[in-house]
Design a protein around this ligand. Structure first.
Ligand code: ZN
Length: 135
């Protein structure tokens, strides 16, 4: 079962410009910036109640975010749901014929174990499962 929306990922062209924009929009500064070298992505996190906004900027031309923006432009990239058992949730979703992009959870930003579902099986919405590793 998913417990809540953990974060919404938004792909942006210029992370600095968008960080300022979202700081004004949300009325608060981000609490964290993190680079995920393996993905070629830099992330900026804002806390909004129990949900986060994750701005995703590209640090390489061949990153998934650069490709996403080239194809679809800036905007919502994925919705991440929190779960406290990512392995059993992946199994449950697989049994319901959802297409998994990751059979096994992998290391994500913000000290999380994460996995994605293929948007082909979820009405074109990229879905992330997200488990706090400190739990
Ligand atoms: Zn995410």
């Amino acid at each position: 079962m998913f417990s809540r929306i953990e974060h919404i990922g938004i792909a942006v062209k210029d992370l600095e410009v968008s960080t300022e924009l979202f700081t004004h929009l949300l009325g608060q500064a981000p609490y964290k910036t993190e680079t995920v070298e393996a993905e070629g992505v830099k992330t900026v996190f804002f806390q909004v109640g129990e949900t986060k906004i994750e701005l995703l900027g590209s640090i390489r031309e061949d990153s998934v975010i650069a490709k996403f923006i080239a194809k679809k432009g800036e905007g919502i990239h994925h919705i991440a749901f929190a779960t406290d058992n990512i392995v059993s949730e992946l199994q449950r979703l697989k049994e319901h014929s959802f297409q998994l992009l990751h059979e096994q959870p992998k290391e994500g930003a913000d000290n999380k174990a994460i996995a994605f579902l293929h948007p082909k099986s979820t009405n074109s919405v990229l879905i992330e499962l997200c488990m706090d590793k400190t739990m």
